[in-house]
Ligand binder design. Structure first.
Ligand SMILES: *Cc1c(COP(=O)(O)O)cnc(C)c1O
Length: 233
């Protein structure tokens, strides 16, 4: 199947899951995760109407952003960084991205805020939370989330938009839903503490339906759009 057919199928899946959950499909943003795929793949997706793209690796992303701009300077694509962040990469992230989903410590948020160019709008931030306990290492522990959110919410050049999670993969839909529900409840806890956010970044190709059922506002979809990744390339 072609990339644009895949994209249509994913959009249809979002619409069906939203409808089943009694939600407006337009409240869910499809983030096309283009890591390991080239600028031409991004442009093909853009041709089919996709505008929002996610990347995990800083150098690969920066090259790809430059390549798409060189070919289509008038195309206004939105770029989201979703990968692990090393502190020596924050400047490049702050200078090239619109959103960052994977902030899980204060030092990284402070650097992104300091290094965000004054000429750009505030960087839109999600805090990544570890909802699967010992199984995964990235993401702030739920017990420490409120304090981090308080500290991040007052930084000047970034805007705290919400929470992101990558739960441990499972085919059990009830387990998928439980992990996503826990992130939604944490967003409620932030609200109760006076920190308002509007974004839940959760759901990938294999668990997006459960994520939408539990309130995802951004689903991050790679394989179902671009195909299986070949890391050897
Ligand atoms: C690669 C990746 C995705 C996309 O995963 P698929 O299973 O290919 O849809 C989503 N989120 C993050 C953080 C990723 O690293």
């Amino acid at each position: 199947m072609s990339l644009s057919e895949n994209l249509q199928l994913v959009q249809h899946r979002i619409a069906l899951s939203a409808e089943a959950a009694g939600r407006d499909p337009s409240s869910i943003t499809l983030l096309a995760v283009s890591k390991t795929f080239d600028a031409q793949s991004v442009l093909t997706a853009a041709q089919a109407g996709q505008r929002t793209f996610g990347e995990n690796y800083v150098q690969e992303a920066i090259d790809k952003i430059a390549a798409t701009l060189a070919i289509k300077p008038d195309l206004h694509l939105e770029w989201h960084f979703i990968g692990p962040i090393q502190s020596n990469k924050t400047r490049q992230i702050a200078e090239h991205f619109d959103w960052v989903h994977s902030v899980d410590r204060l030092k990284i948020a402070q650097r992104l805020s300091e290094q965000r160019p004054a000429s750009m709008p505030p960087l839109q931030i999600c805090l990544q939370v570890n909802v699967s306990g010992e199984a995964t290492k990235s993401g702030i522990e739920p017990e420490a989330l409120l304090e981090l959110a308080r500290e991040v919410s007052v930084l000047p050049n970034i805007c705290l938009r919400g929470l992101m999670a990558i739960p441990e993969p499972t085919e059990d839909v009830q387990q998928q839903r439980a992990a996503f529900a826990s992130l939604r409840l944490m967003q409620g806890d932030l609200l109760a503490a006076g920190i308002q956010t509007d974004t839940l970044s959760m759901g990938m190709s294999s668990d997006m339906d459960a994520a939408i059922a539990e309130g995802a506002t951004i689903v991050r979809i790679g394989t179902a759009i671009f195909g299986v990744r070949d890391y050897a390339k």
